[in-house]
Write a protein that binds this ligand. Structure first.
Ligand code: SF4
Length: 341
């Protein structure tokens, strides 16, 4: 950590006071999180952005998160990212043209569908979802939002993460035969009307490159190396792995699981490595925490103290994240439905 940079950032934060809010996602480095007013997962940070009165919000995370902050704040508030090139590959796996095509295909089948979109999606996809009556969800509340849609007698069209979709359906007791995958690289998702007949949850074929790194062999190796350990993974991990470990949960749920673990126990965690490293450090006097496998998100790592300081000094236009105003009402509806549920 550069001491001069640290002092400069802190001096600017002091000068701005409550007019500035710095939000830090759990996958950021300790050097960046040292300057955050709030550290949280995407749901917690979305709530903070929505409640904030700060004139400027700096989002240390990835692009879709800053977009959500811009959607949920007033036009007078400005949202910036230290590195606007920090995107999420999963979010870009569903573009609005492909999604509109898929939606037309589903509507032609005559069933009553409702979209549910993971917050890890672009503002355009959120606007599509809001416009068509659906809701956003996070990895913490996905099963609850699916239930909200299913209880209305609808079929769920979930995007963009295949694994969160299949794991959430399984959490609700929906058999695999009542789920299907929409392969966006194939015409009509590679589906026929017949194949969709009994489907209650249809999931888009996107994925997180960081969480699909974990394999069955990694779990078998962990069981051998630490036979008494509990293993927990994030639900963006493929279902084969989720079904063979002791628990699965969102970032916030993993943190709670660690906090509640009995003293002296060993935990093996399958999620982004920056978070696992921090948990191991925080709980080192009480728990042994191991990574299921090292898997760092390179996009989260694009934010550092240097680009954080640069933005706080110069506020360059290119670092402001501004969702087109035409998208905001529908995208806001999509996020607000989730926040209200
Ligand atoms: S960890 Fe995965 S879902 Fe999260 S920002 Fe990185 S690529 Fe996207």
């Amino acid at each position: 950590m550069t001491t001069d940079t640290t002092h400069s950032i802190e001096a600017i934060r002091k000068e701005w006071g409550t007019r500035l809010l710095i939000l830090g996602h759990h996958y950021q480095s300790p050097a960046v999180l040292a300057h955050a007013d709030v550290t949280g997962d995407s749901l917690e940070l979305a709530r903070m952005a929505a409640a904030s009165q700060a004139a400027r919000i700096v989002f240390c995370g990835v692009h879709f998160m800053a977009e959500s902050a811009d959607i949920l704040t007033t036009p007078a508030q400005q949202v910036f990212m230290p590195e606007p090139g920090a995107g999420c590959p999963m979010a870009t796996m569903a573009d609005d043209y492909q999604v509109e095509k898929a939606w037309s295909f589903l509507k032609r089948q005559g069933d009553d569908w409702l979209p549910v979109v993971y917050v890890n999606s672009t503002a355009r996809i959120k606007a599509f979802c809001g416009r068509t009556g659906g809701s956003a969800c996070t990895s913490s509340n996905a099963p609850r939002i699916f239930k909200w849609a299913l209880d209305q007698g609808k079929k769920v069209f979930f995007l963009p993460d295949i694994h969160l979709g299949l794991n959430s359906a399984h959490d609700l007791g929906i058999p695999d035969e009542q789920t299907a995958i929409y392969d966006y690289q194939k015409p009509d998702g590679g589906l026929t009307p017949e194949a969709l007949k009994d489907v209650r949850v249809l999931v888009w074929g996107g994925y997180c490159p960081i969480h699909v790194n974990f394999t069955v062999a990694d779990v078998q190796a962990a069981r051998q190396n630490w036979p008494d350990a509990k293993i927990i993974v994030h639900p963006e991990t493929p279902k084969e792995i989720v079904r063979m470990v002791d628990a699965h949960g969102s970032t916030a749920q993993i943190i709670h699981y660690v906090q509640a673990a009995p003293d002296g126990s060993t935990l093996v965690i399958g999620t982004e490595s920056q978070l696992v490293k921090r948990l191991a450090e925080v709980h080192k006097n009480r728990l042994t925490i191991k990574m299921l496998k090292g898997s760092f998100c390179p996009n989260m790592a694009k934010t550092n103290q240097q680009n954080l300081l640069r933005i706080l000094k110069d506020w360059p236009d290119r670092n402001q994240v501004k969702v087109p105003s035409a998208l905001i009402p529908d995208a806001k509806l999509c996020l607000e439905r989730m926040l209200a549920l």
